[in-house]
Design a protein around this ligand. Structure first.
Ligand SMILES: [Zn+2]
Length: 54
């Protein structure tokens, strides 16, 4: 499972990831190219982070 998030929603994204997967979340910055093509899972902004489990 991967969740994309903007700066505003990263705390929420981490909480939701833990709630849904019960795994410790890994947080990575998106590359500039990925930022342009990816939107936040919780709003219309460009995503800055990707949250995933290892
Ligand atoms: Zn957002």
């Amino acid at each position: 499972m991967k969740t994309y998030s903007c700066e505003t929603h990263i705390d929420h994204a981490l909480d939701m990831h833990v709630a849904e997967t019960e795994n410790f979340p890994m947080m990575d910055l998106l590359s500039e190219e990925e930022k342009l093509s990816t939107t936040c899972s919780y709003c219309e902004q460009s995503a800055t982070y990707v949250v995933s489990s290892k």
